[in-house]
Design a protein around this ligand. Structure first.
Ligand code: FRU
Length: 498
């Protein structure tokens, strides 16, 4: 695509173009109801996730004028309770000297009654050489955001390439620190740390010293925090090779846990790399600590370089629901935040024994709902559910007791999407009990296995009348308890682009 077209600002588009795009999006059958999605164009990483002035603020990477990765803005959304969200227009507008080719990902931190937003200014010169800058914008209590004229980090330190971005800031008792995603000059990925006393002047400290010295060619969107006395480093390594059921997406998103990062040596003693999600569409998550001390994570429900069926409908992608992180034996567990229970309507419950059969139940159907299914005393080979089913379509979630796996199969989910690494995803599971907790929206599903031990996050694109739900037990019996709620519309979108 021609570069001028790709890096157009919103104000360079005609009002006719914008109107037509907005109308096209409104006709899409796959618009979500309780997930944050763009009014038009493409959404990617969550940015600046924070709690400020009595509200949660969540920005995202946004290209308004098409469903490709063009000139990135920060779009602003906010919420009083993490359940109901409203659009708040453009947060950071790119196009100046230090963010001429995009206001790339970054994070937020509150200081002296204002919200500081640190982000990567992406620039290209006449020969298309990239130069990243780490920039700052500040939001006041009125919600006005001002960009600082000069970057706070104006060069890439020696030993790293121009792939140097996504500052995530935190506050230790004595200092501010940020972690930045980097590529070494030998084309391996790393995360580096800077320190500051005032958020204005930053000193390069060095690399976080992990045992992953040759682990992908770039680490995007790092995040560091401590939870229950443990250090946690989230990273998105690019360039890993799939191994069995692991790493079966174009890029990965995972974490290391260990002893707290040594602030002087940047030594991080950690365990193995684990993926955060086992599904098809999850990347670039960001966390924040809220006023109640919870660590909350939101991810991008999508991946770069994959085509999605809504691309031709003028919009692409959404964010995940907010999830609380808990660390258990070195493993991160994810739980949908409790506030989402406010969206529940019209509960329906069943309790029965299934034996060598597949069964439907009155009222168990829909396109937007939450459902918890407990399968207990599993005898036999496999149990599970089919959902969003109808006329040849279905999405299947099964616990295969013989193979000790939970498998999500979207091969017949509807319009095909990203089948590059196959159309099933799987993870290990054990025992004669399994719990599935599903959040289904018009074109997605997030599945929490056994109270968040594993999560499958996936887009699916079924027909609107594929509404069926059935439960099955293969070659044996199982005790089933299930409860389902409809979910209220929770995102108040602005009428058009602002
Ligand atoms: C991750 C990413 C970031 C970058 C942003 C640009 O998806 O590539 O590294 O800052 O997206 O939109």
């Amino acid at each position: 695509m021609d570069r001028e077209q790709k890096y157009r600002r919103l104000d360079q588009a005609s009002s006719k173009e914008v109107r037509e795009l907005t109308e096209k999006v409104k006709r899409s059958p796959w618009r979500q109801t309780y997930h944050i999605q763009p009014v038009t164009g493409l959404l990617n990483d969550p940015n600046g996730f924070s709690y400020y002035n009595g509200e949660y603020h969540l920005f995202y990477q946004w290209f308004p004028l098409g469903t490709y990765h063009g000139l990135k803005y920060w779009y602003h959304t906010k919420s009083k309770d993490l359940a109901y969200w409203e659009d708040d227009g453009i947060g950071i507008q790119p196009g100046d000297r230090y963010d001429s080719h995009g206001a790339y990902s970054g994070s937020g931190i509150v200081k002296d009654g204002r919200l500081f937003l640190m982000y990567t200014g992406n620039t290209r010169d006449g020969s298309w050489e990239r130069q990243p800058y780490q920039c700052m914008a500040v939001m006041n209590p009125e919600g006005e955001i001002d960009k600082w004229r000069l970057p706070v980090i104006d060069h890439v330190p020696h030993g790293y390439t121009d792939h140097f971005r996504d500052p995530k800031v935190w506050k230790d008792e004595d200092k501010y620190r940020c972690v930045i995603g980097a590529q070494r000059t030998d084309n391996t990925g790393a995360a580096v740390v800077y320190e500051s006393n005032d958020l204005r002047s930053w000193d390069f400290q060095g690399e976080i010293r992990t045992t992953l010295q040759d682990f992908g060619y770039m680490w995007e969107c790092p995040d560091y925090f401590e939870l229950e006395g443990q250090g946690v480093l989230l990273i998105c390594p690019q360039g890993l090779t799939p191994r069995g059921d692991s790493c079966r997406n174009i890029y990965q998103s995972g974490y290391l846990t260990g002893k707290p990062l040594n602030r002087n040596t940047l030594e991080f003693e950690h365990g193995e790399f684990r993926e955060l999600d086992r599904g098809f569409d999850f990347y670039a998550p960001q966390t924040m600590q809220d006023a109640k001390g919870r660590r909350i994570m939101v991810g991008w429900m999508g991946l770069p370089e994959v085509e999605y069926p809504t691309d031709s409908q003028g919009w692409a992608h959404c964010l995940t629901i907010p999830r609380e992180l808990i660390v258990l034996n070195g493993k991160l567990m994810q739980r949908p935040v409790a506030e989402l229970q406010k969206l529940r309507r019209d509960p329906l419950e069943i309790e029965c024994v299934l034996s060598h059969e597949k069964k439907v139940f009155e009222g168990f159907e829909g396109t937007v709902y939450e459902m918890v299914c407990d399968f207990e005393n599993i005898h036999g080979e496999a149990v599970g559910i089919e959902f969003r089913s109808g006329r040849g379509q279905k999405t299947v979630l099964r616990y295969d007791r013989r193979d000790r796996k939970v498998i999500l199969d979207r091969s017949r989910s509807g319009e095909a999407v990203g089948s590059g690494y196959g159309s099933t995803r799987a993870c290990r599971a054990n025992g004669d009990h399994v719990k599935f907790h599903l959040f289904v929206d018009t074109s997605s599903v997030e599945i929490f296995i056994n109270d968040g031990e594993e999560v499958f996050t996936s887009r699916i694109f079924p027909d609107p009348d594929s509404r069926g739900i059935s439960f099955f037990a293969e070659n044996g019996s199982v005790g089933l308890k299930a409860v389902k709620w409809d979910l209220a519309r929770a995102v108040n979108h602005s009428e058009g682009i602002e």
